[in-house]
Write a protein that binds this ligand. Structure first.
Ligand code: SF4
Length: 183
């Protein structure tokens, strides 16, 4: 299993950063750049950062990639600086418990964009909302599955990997090996 370079780690974080930037922009511009819209956008941005820290604290310690450069997005290395390693057997329940904390990051701008468009339609806002949805619901999960999930030794225990769509991705895994362990 390969280790990721700094450049690859930066690239792996682009879709998430793009989601937060586009989500905040959708909220701010969707509601006319009013003071409350700007506060909403800033709050969303802060939530995006807190969400990353939350995952580093409550999920990464239980991951096989914790404290290694095999974590594509680099969270595992950062997490190891301030959290102790947890039991890998707990990864699946921890995943189920903590991933819902960040799910609203996907939902809030989508709902705000739709509400804003119904009140005051503009092609520009429609494009921004569509770009957010495309990046967040297609590009980001696909990139994650192709990079980390496809190679992850915990994929058979991961709730994210238990659905049909991802099951088909297993068949195009780079080496096709199952239940691999980090050595
Ligand atoms: S692969 Fe995911 S859970 Fe594992 S260390 Fe990286 S960010 Fe954390």
């Amino acid at each position: 299993m390969r280790e990721y370079t700094n450049g690859e780690t930066i690239i792996a974080n682009i879709p998430y950063v793009a989601m937060i930037v586009m989500g905040a922009s959708t909220i701010a511009f969707g509601f006319g750049l009013t003071l409350s819209a700007i506060w909403g956008a800033l709050s969303y941005g802060v939530y995006g950062v807190v969400g990353v820290v939350w995952i580093m604290i409550f999920l990464c310690p239980y991951c096989a990639y914790f404290a290694t450069r095999r974590c594509p997005c680099g969270y595992g290395i950062i997490s190891a600086r301030f959290v102790r390693r947890g039991d890998r057997e707990c990864f699946a329940p921890k995943f189920k418990r903590h991933i819902p904390v960040i799910v609203p990051l996907w939902l809030i701008p989508t709902v705000c964009g739709i509400v804003a468009l119904t009140h005051s339609f503009s092609w520009w806002l429609l494009g921004l909302t569509f770009a957010f949805v495309l990046n967040s619901y297609v590009v980001l999960p696909f990139a994650a599955m192709r990079q980390s999930c496809a190679e992850c030794p915990q994929r058979d225990d991961c709730p994210w990997m238990s659905n049909q769509a991802v099951a088909s991705l297993r068949n195009v895994c780079l080496c096709g090996e199952r239940n691999r362990e980090i050595t």
